[in-house]
Design a binder for this molecule. Structure first.
Ligand SMILES: Nc1ncnc2c1ncn2[C@@H]1O[C@H](COP(=O)(O)OP(=O)(O)O)[C@@H](O)[C@H]1O
Ligand SMILES: CC(=O)OP(=O)(O)O
Ligand SMILES: [Mg+2]
Length: 389
């Protein structure tokens, strides 16, 4: 029986995973389930081969059922194996969890209490932990938090202008995608230079959830998400920054309750809501519909607005990095963002951008611009090994 380490990263549209040998060295298998909630398919990479599989249950099967299916498929495909330890992405760590933490019943109870703050993620992150415990009882498990990386921000970047008592209670701007930003911050010295890595950098994590992080000295100083992952940029199905007056209006004039608002703002808005076609950037870029074009234009507009805001916080900008599904794979979106930053001295290298090169700005550009693939699983693996007794 092989003894392995399992990494699970449950996002809003994907479940990513990696299996490593017990010492964390060799990656035995990795891949993802994408199209969660729409048309899920599993892409499994192992031994240089890629396999695509589809679950034989309903297409709109919940994330919990897909995680269970994934663990069964992995056990079947790889032969008898024992997961000796598992590391999980957990998006919300609240104020308490500022570092990777070993799962206990008490920790799970605290993490469960944070589910209302990340309804599209936290329940599924915890479902992953429970599924592993069912499949391999007694396995050591750790949680790595999206929020932790942002604890380095100054207090003013964490506050809302709300009465002090509410801030004291934890109604704060937490920020998310921290595992991704942690990975990118670690890659900057190699990809750019030590000098740029220590400078004023904005990382644009553009996936199905999307946010920006302003880094200085490799640490988070500001980010676009807040108390929940609804804030900031426009996303696949989330509205991003919105006047809270809209929420009050919908409650009063349309009698919407919290569940209805959560569905509207979290699952029916963003690229899907504005286009009326799809939450997936690939579909919108391929569509001739004017509504698709408008959704894409708004996506870019909101990114530019927030890059302006974060650059002001940094007092300038030395480098811009694109990452995650859209950031890594959509040259058209990167080109439109770069074109909007000409006033800032950003000079794109159109050919390098189309060719998917790493550096996509011209040598004379004042803002060095790069594409760096994210790897949240690598950050979780590192934490898992560091916490291994
Ligand atoms: N080739 C591509 N062109 C444009 N967009 C893409 C491409 N590949 C993936 N995407 C976008 O990336 C999104 C998924 O990003 P990812 O970071 O993997 O998601 P998650 O938020 O689930 O972690 C998809 O919804 C899709 O919009
Ligand atoms: C926090 C968040 O939005 O994550 P994802 O992009 O994986 O949905
Ligand atoms: Mg993600």
């Amino acid at each position: 029986m092989s003894r392995v380490l399992l990494i699970l990263n449950t996002g809003s549209s994907t479940i990513k995973f990696a299996l490593h040998g017990e010492d964390g060295q060799a990656r035995i298998a990795h891949g993802l389930i994408d199209g969660v909630g729409r048309a899920p398919r599993l892409i499994l990479h192992r031994a240089g081969e890629v396999q695509e599989m589809h679950p034989d249950f309903a297409e709109d099967a919940g994330t919990e059922a897909l995680i269970d299916w994934l663990l069964t498929v992995l056990s079947d495909a790889l032969g008898p194996m024992e997961v000796v330890a598992a590391g999980h992405r957990v998006v919300h760590g609240g104020r308490e969890f500022a570092a990777p933490t070993q799962i206990t019943d008490a920790v799970m109870a605290k993490l469960r209490r944070l589910c209302p703050l990340a309804p599209g993620h936290q329940p599924y992150n915890l479902a992953g932990i429970e599924a592993v415990a069912r499949h391999w009882p007694g396995t050591r498990q750790i949680a790595c938090f999206d929020t932790a990386f942002h604890q380095s921000r100054p207090r003013v970047a964490q506050l809302y202008a709300l009465p002090r008592a509410l801030s004291d209670e934890g109604i704060l701007r937490y920020g998310f995608h921290g595992l991704s930003y942690d990975h990118i911050a670690g890659r900057l010295p190699d990809v750019l230079s030590e000098r740029l890595a220590q400078g004023r950098v904005i990382v644009a994590h553009l996936g199905s959830g999307a946010s920006l992080c302003a880094l200085q000295g490799g640490k988070s100083v500001e980010t676009t998400m807040g108390f929940t992952a609804l804030d900031g940029l426009m996303m696949g199905t989330r509205c991003g920054q919105i006047d809270p007056g809209v929420v009050l209006h919908l409650m009063r004039e349309k009698a919407m309750d919290a569940d209805g608002l959560e569905r509207l703002l979290g699952r029916e808005s963003g690229l899907l809501g504005v286009s009326g076609i799809s939450p997936d950037m690939r579909d919108l870029l391929a569509s001739p519909a004017p509504e698709a074009a408008e959704a894409v234009a708004l996506f870019v507009h909101m990114i530019l607005r927030q890059i302006g805001a974060l650059s002001a916080t940094l007092g300038g900008l030395d480098a811009l990095v694109f990452t995650a599904g859209i950031g890594e794979h959509a040259p058209e979106i990167r080109a439109r963002v770069m074109d909007g930053l000409g006033w800032f001295g950003l000079v794109p290298d159109a050919a390098a951008n189309q060719a998917q090169d790493t550096v996509i700005s011209a040598p004379e550009s004042r803002v060095v611009t790069a594409v760096i693939p994210t790897d949240e699983e690598a950050v979780i693996l590192r934490a898992l090994l560091a916490l291994t007794p």
